[in-house]
Write a protein that binds this ligand. Structure first.
Ligand code: DGJ
Length: 493
């Protein structure tokens, strides 16, 4: 038996030495030993019973705790059953019957060789990236199917269509790629910041990545997270000064904005790079207003480390953090920002080491921190992973793929998109919008947005950590929908 169930007793030496001769010999010399042994046995039996009851009580308590925490009313005081019914709407599992037939010319290996192309059959992702393919057209539907908040008509009101062109309230395609959303308490308004990629796609040199010159960071405002008003370019690319970080020939990606309650400033962090992605730095800009203009302050390598894909996260206690891909994108780093959010402190932790993850997006639910990341495959989509931690600085554990619905290829490509931000729905506990980019490397300005419901709850598929048979983490799920809208009561205002 395990030592903690039946601990060796000082008055039972024969148990350890064993052997009947020894037992007999001892009985002779210690006439009281039988009584003593019985007493000891009874005592250890009692403690075993106590232990079993103790464990049972602990299990009951844990169950009760889970019931209470999972059964909590949401922030609007809505009863649990109604809350569950609302979530069910988001959590409908929608399958996709989607078959890929390779383009005719590519099916004939001789034709392929004549054209000097590679003979390996094209993967679905290759087809998706190939602008001449029908698969590409499927995932980048024509502008006439656009989400139009002004002229769409009542039937289409508030519906998200992942992958369709999304128009702002002026009827222009929204330019806010690699972006994030700030809820501004002062104006009770949502602000969506992102890369304005409204320029020509080209390669800086033959082996370079597809790129667009820096236009700047766009800002859009909304009250309902569906109809977005263009607030303009709040941080502009620099046309003349070639030594400036924001010179149009450089790279500005994944801008995120948080508000500093102490200084009253809106602080923007972004990935700053040269066209070859060798500068690998973060840039910081600041503004008195959510709609800018933002003043660019500086760039640096945080903690003297490379920094490419990044995000920032503001915790409930006002502390904020920078999370970035480093060491040639092989690992992620997290470090706290200074109180004014304008710099990083020295404290940094490495995590997901050698996992090669990027596009981090961090969020919090019920005291636990969660993160969605992507793999590192340039503009091509790959499999998202969810991670969790009880302390924001880690350790972080990987929970597995969060994608639900669609089909295998949809799930393994994160619905043909890459994470950029996870936005909490303030009125619906445990529900979020997963914001992702469907990049179009042949015409980056035409990259699309994939917004889907994300919920936290239930048992994760792959996380290995269990405590008293209870999984330590909840499942993070992103549900595929061709068309969906936020359920009533998603906002608490
Ligand atoms: C993947 C990153 O997530 C994007 O932000 C961008 O940097 C591309 N790589 C460039 O290839």
């Amino acid at each position: 038996s395990a030592p903690w169930i039946n601990p060796p007793c000082a008055c039972q030496p024969e148990r350890m030495s064993g052997g009947s001769m020894a037992m007999g010999a001892r009985s002779k010399h210690h006439p009281k030993s039988l009584a003593l042994r019985c007493y000891c046995y009874a005592a250890s039996h009692r403690s075993l019973t106590l232990l079993v009851w103790g464990l049972a009580a602990l299990v009951v308590l844990l169950n009760f705790h889970l019931l209470v925490t999972h059964g909590k009313d949401d922030q609007s005081g809505r009863p649990r059953e109604i809350h569950r019914a609302i979530l069910r709407e988001l959590e409908v599992v929608e399958e996709e019957r989607f078959q890929v037939t390779p383009a005719r010319s590519r099916r004939n290996p001789r034709a392929v060789r004549r054209k000097g192309e590679h003979t390996k059959p094209l993967s679905v992702v290759d087809e998706f990236l190939d602008e001449s393919s029908a698969v590409h057209d499927m995932f980048f539907p024509e502008p006439r199917t656009a989400i139009d908040p002004v002229h769409g008509g009542n039937d289409s009101m508030y519906f998200y269509h992942p992958g369709r062109v999304w128009l702002d309230t002026d009827g222009k395609p929204i330019q806010a790629h690699g972006g994030g959303v700030l809820y501004d308490e002062r104006t009770e308004t949502y602000f969506w910041y992102g890369e304005n990629k409204d320029g020509k796609t080209y390669k800086a040199h033959s082996k370079g990545a597809d790129r667009v010159d820096i236009v700047g960071v766009s800002c859009y405002s909304s009250k309902d997270l569906w109809a977005w008003k263009n607030e303009g370019v709040v941080l502009r690319g620099e046309k003349k000064n070639v030594t400036h970080d924001l010179h149009v020939s450089n790279v500005l990606e994944r801008p995120k904005v948080i508000y500093n309650d102490r200084t009253g400033k809106y602080v923007m962090w972004m990935h700053i790079d040269d066209a070859n992605y060798t500068k690998a730095s973060v840039g910081v800009a600041v503004s008195d207003s959510p709609t800018g203009p933002f003043s660019y302050l500086y760039s640096k390598r945080p903690h003297d480390c490379e920094s490419r894909d990044m995000t920032i996260f503001k915790d409930d206690n006002g502390k904020a953090y920078l999370i970035y891909s480093s060491e040639d994108n092989s690992e992620l780093h997290i470090g706290q920002l200074t109180d004014d959010y304008l710099d990083v402190t020295d404290d940094m932790r490495r995590f997901l080491i050698a996992q090669h993850r990027e596009a981090p997006s961090l969020f919090k639910f019920d005291g636990t921190y969660y993160m969605i990341t992507s793999g590192c495959t340039g503009w091509a989509p790959n499999t998202a992973l969810a991670h969790a931690a009880t302390s924001v600085m880690g350790p972080w554990e990987t929970l597995g793929s969060p994608c639900v619905g669609g089909n295998d290829i949809f799930r393994s490509t994160t619905f043909f998109s890459q994470s950029t931000f996870v936005l909490p729905l303030r009125g619906l506990r445990g529900s979020f919008i997963f914001m992702a980019d469907r990049w179009n490397p042949s015409d980056l300005r035409d990259s699309r947005y994939v917004w889907l419901p994300l919920t936290v709850g239930g048992v994760p598929d792959e996380a290995a950590d269990y405590s008293f048979m209870f999984p330590l983490w909840s499942r993070v799920s992103i549900y595929w929908h061709r068309r969906w809208r936020l359920p009533e009561g998603w906002t608490d205002s």
